[in-house]
Design a protein around this ligand. Sequence first.
Ligand SMILES: *Cc1c(COP(=O)(O)O)cnc(C)c1O
Length: 385
Amino acid sequence: MKNQSKYLSWIELSERAVKKNIAALSKAAGGKSLAISIKANAYGHGIEEICQLLSKQAAVEYVTVHSLEEAARARAAGWERRIMLLGPFQLNEAADVIELEVEPVIFELQQLKALHQRAAKKKTKVATHLKLETGTNRQGITEDELIKFSEAYKRSEWLQRPYGASTHFANIEDTTNHDYAQFQLNNFSRLISTMRSLGISPKIRHTASSAATILFDKTHFDMVRPGIAAYGCWPSKETYLSYRLLGGKNDLFEPVLSWKTRVTHLKKVAADSFVGYGCTYRTTSPTKLAILPIGYYDGFARELSNQAYVLIDGNRAPVRGRICMNLTMVDISDIKSVKLEDEVVLIGRSGDEAVTAESLASLYHSINYEVLARLSPSTPRMITV
Ligand SMILES: *Cc1c(COP(=O)(O)O)cnc(C)c1O
């Protein structure tokens, strides 16, 4: 591990947790290969460090990204296996798709044409996946449009047939009722049949995010595409409850990320003193505060003002007043012997206590995905065992 002592705030990534989560996902997927999402800076964990950790896990065949910029970062970090681009590329970026050996998921006909032109010039074959519209109504090709795509494939010796066909479920995380997922699954099967009859049957089919991988075997097909669970978080309370009701165990996943900082100032304030911008907190008795050198710039959401707590040596220290851009004040009146530069846990375990991305999310009507995605990319990341 890099020496953390020189940092005011840092993120630790547990190699053991990655290994455990990937093993759990691989088992849930019945040994099918895994395409792990590293979009949003690997859910705030850091693309470079996560690629390094995933490289050690043989079950991971692909990483999936939202942008070509993320794909370039994965390649620069030494990721040599397959990369799938879930999001768009601009038509003038077809050369980069080929250069980076990225497999785009196609949802616009013009993407195929741009790729064909570039591939023909370079005389290289390009693997592509088709995104099928089954009911999420986001990115996706409808049944009527498939014929045009089949013609584009057949005209090009460089594109050949699509390597993969995919879809994405709208309503698995937010409910314990899987009727809508079943409706989408039926649509997916129909569209795959249409692809076959048009002579563009895909080599692999993939549909499952984390929730579908964990709960819904019928979605596994040839490969699964989880994200959040690889980082040790449940996609939602509903997913967790559904899993437990099916008899699943509590500790299937382990959070990979801990976020830490240190006390950089200690002060005593009298009773009836206001703390921070807007005077939103007023002490009722003499109070000891610790000032932390992190704020909403670092991803400690301002919505957590007067709501969250941090952990110091296994004790809760509540946030007082508004979270500032770079500073946060916490109450340590009831904690003995807090010293300057003591370690503070913002997300993670300390003694018997834990702050999770979920617990923070619940304080501001958000989800663990957003808490993690908002962590600043500029905070140093380091791998621990
Ligand atoms: C983000 C994403 C996933 C992974 O979702 P999780 O809920 O994090 O498992 C899978 N497929 C697509 C298309 C995505 O955009």
